[in-house]
Design a protein around this ligand. Structure first.
Ligand code: ZN
Length: 165
């Protein structure tokens, strides 16, 4: 029985999880499954936007990452351009160093999208969207036009304050 270091709930490590930890050579988790899931979900920032600077051009941008982020942030047009080559970041794995240490280094070096939007027009304050036009604060939308303050809407027009439409 273990005690979660975040919420102090008791939790157990299942035999199949124990086998995996042993196989990977990692230490036991210090957080209960619910707190670990909370951490995983906290990774994704849908709707808190910051003023930041592009690591490519130095221009002021809107970003889902705070200005003091350790990551290199490119605007969507910079990130999707051919001005940089993702293959430049390839490297050999060092079996004498921990995996997660190397993974964290890689994460800090490979540029990230400031806002996860693709093929959007006049929709700079949207995130996780594709093919939106004239949208504002559309989150996880697709193919929307003239829509504002929505979550998970697709192929909508003139819609405001909707979820899963
Ligand atoms: Zn917990």
């Amino acid at each position: 029985m273990k005690i979660c270091t975040q919420c102090t709930t008791d939790f157990q490590i299942a035999p199949e999880d124990r086998a995996l930890y042993d196989q990977l050579g990692v230490t036991d988790p210090t957080l209960c499954p619910q707190c670990r899931n909370q951490c995983r979900l906290a990774w994704r920032n849908d709707r808190t936007f910051y003023r930041a600077k592009s690591a490519k051009s130095g221009s002021p941008i809107i970003s889902m990452y705070p200005p003091d982020t350790q990551f290199k942030i490119y605007t969507p047009s910079e990130w999707y351009s051919d001005d940089w080559d993702p293959m430049d970041y390839g490297r050999d794995f060092d079996f004498n160093r921990p995996f997660f240490e190397q993974f964290a280094e890689l994460q800090r070096e490979v540029p990230r999208l400031s806002m996860d939007i693709v093929n959007c027009e006049n929709s700079d304050y949207c995130n996780y969207c594709g093919d939106d036009k004239n949208c504002y604060f559309d989150i996880a939308g697709e193919g929307n036009e003239d829509c504002f303050y929505n979550l998970f809407i697709k192929y909508c027009k003139d819609s405001v304050d909707c979820t899963f439409v």
